[in-house]
Ligand binder design. Structure first.
Ligand code: GDP
Length: 424
């Protein structure tokens, strides 16, 4: 049975923790998109970890972790990440890498930096992990698949061909050092040696695993509103963040995905630029940022302070719909215990008309939030394990959100730890 865990918002919904929990009952966990540009935070018996490229199943000895073909594969980064775990006592993960995954080239990372520099104040707020140049090249058909590392002649020839164009841009547009193709070839051969033991025809592997009835978890990165088609374009990421893409980025039949768990955060947060209708500022935002997540809302990859806002039911309903969510995990609810009143954004006013539908970016830029205020519960809810034991106003908040988004909230997360979860 295949399940997907994905984000209903802008990312950082606490998917890592939910994945880690679901990983317990998964034979296989697959990353199907994105790269090392975002992070999951996981707290378990080994300590606190920020994972960027490895699937969250790495902490279980019974789990095989897969880097699917849809991922931007930064090979040295992957193995550094493995080492950072084993150095801290985590057993060597069982890892497989798709032979069709494409390789993050050193120049992708440089191009990402150079382009942000060139754009100056008009930049996209990239994490500079090379993601946009990587996916641009993939679709321009000048990317390198893992499988290509194993044919030296054609690899050499392709490096020459691709770098010819890259070097023109480096010289004349960015005025930066050119790529030395021989050095690049040697680097790729080093990459090949690192990745060799893990290379696998992943789609064939998963096909068999599905036939054998294995539990497979597809792990999404970021959230629906960062999807290049359905998100807040152009302030999005470069690969699809939707569960539907899980089928492509892992290489399985779409109808095999039976459950889609969308993680939604009990308030809003976002990193980087882009429209954010229910955003709050000043002291109100600082307070929530300070209390948010586990030790404050700062990016797991970049350390950047996250932008904060009230729960946005318009964006979350849309996010759940685009994900095809069959259930919702509502996370970080414990953080809100200090508030007397909780505004929930239930509509957007665009040109004097109130809508509950999430608009395209041009209209979104004009949207003003319409709030309903719910009473707070003014109480610590960490440690509570039964839904009925939550304060009444807290339950009302959850049930209000559930009604607005129209998908059952089956899990409520009331703390960063693996066991801090209430099932309904
Ligand atoms: P992801 O990218 O969706 O995995 O999100 P992150 O893991 O980067 O961000 C979520 C942050 O919130 C991390 O610091 C988690 O440890 C923390 N977190 C997750 N669930 C909860 C929760 O229910 N309560 C609190 N207080 N923190 C949580």
């Amino acid at each position: 049975m295949v399940k997907a865990i994905v984000g209903a918002n802008w990312g950082d919904e606490g998917k890592g923790k939910i994945t880690d929990m679901l990983g317990q009952e998964s034979d296989i966990v697959v990353r199907f998109q994105g790269g090392s540009n975002a992070g999951h935070t996981i707290i378990n018996k080994y300590g606190k970890f920020a994972l960027h490229l490895l699937p969250s199943g790495v902490f279980y000895e019974h789990t095989t972790c897969i880097i699917g073909n849809g991922v931007a594969l930064n090979i040295p980064y992957l193995f550094e990440e493995v080492k950072s775990l084993t150095d801290r006592g985590v057993p060597e993960p069982k890892l497989l890498v798709s032979d069709r995954a494409q390789i993050m080239m050193p120049y992708h990372i440089l191009f990402d930096q150079y382009e942000e520099e060139r754009l100056g104040g008009k930049s996209f707020g990239s994490t500079k992990s090379g993601i946009a140049p990587f996916y641009s090249d993939k679709y321009a058909k000048i990317g390198f698949q893992v499988s290509e590392l194993f044919d030296e002649e054609s690899l050499k020839e392709k490096i020459e061909r691709v770098c010819e164009a890259k070097n023109v841009i480096l010289e004349h547009m960015y005025h930066k050092p050119l790529i030395n193709t021989e050095e690049l070839y040697n680097t790729l051969i080093e990459y090949r040696e690192m990745v060799k033991p893990y290379v696998c025809d992943v789609s064939a592997y998963l096909y068999e695993a599905i036939k054998e009835g294995k539990n497979i978890l597809l792990e999404g990165q970021l959230g629906a509103l960062k999807d290049p088609d359905f998100g807040i374009y152009p302030m999005v990421t470069s690969s699809s963040t939707l569960a539907a893409y899980g089928a492509i980025g892992a290489g399985i039949a779409p109808y095999e995905i039976k459950e889609i768990i969308a993680a939604a955060k009990a308030y809003s947060s976002a990193v980087g630029a882009g429209e954010f209708v229910s955003e709050i500022f000043g002291e109100e935002a600082d307070e929530l940022r300070k209390r948010g997540g586990d030790g404050g809302e700062f990016g797991a990859t970049t350390g950047r302070p996250r932008r904060m806002g009230w729960f946005d039911a318009v964006a979350t309903r849309y996010g759940c719909r685009m994900q095809g969510a069959t259930q919702v995990a509502l996370t970080v609810l414990d953080v809100l215990g200090y508030l007397k009143e909780l505004p929930v954004c239930v509509g957007y006013e665009v040109d004097g008309v109130v809508t509950k539908d999430f608009p395209t970016t041009v209209k979104l830029a004009k949207a003003k939030p319409v709030y309903v205020k719910l009473p707070g519960w003014n109480q610590e809810i960490r440690g509570i394990t039964k839904y009925e034991e939550l304060p009444e106003n807290c339950r009302k908040y959850i049930e209000f959100i559930e009604k607005e988004i129209g998908i059952p909230v089956t899990m409520v997360s009331n703390g960063p730890g693996r066991d801090e979860i209430i099932y309904r």
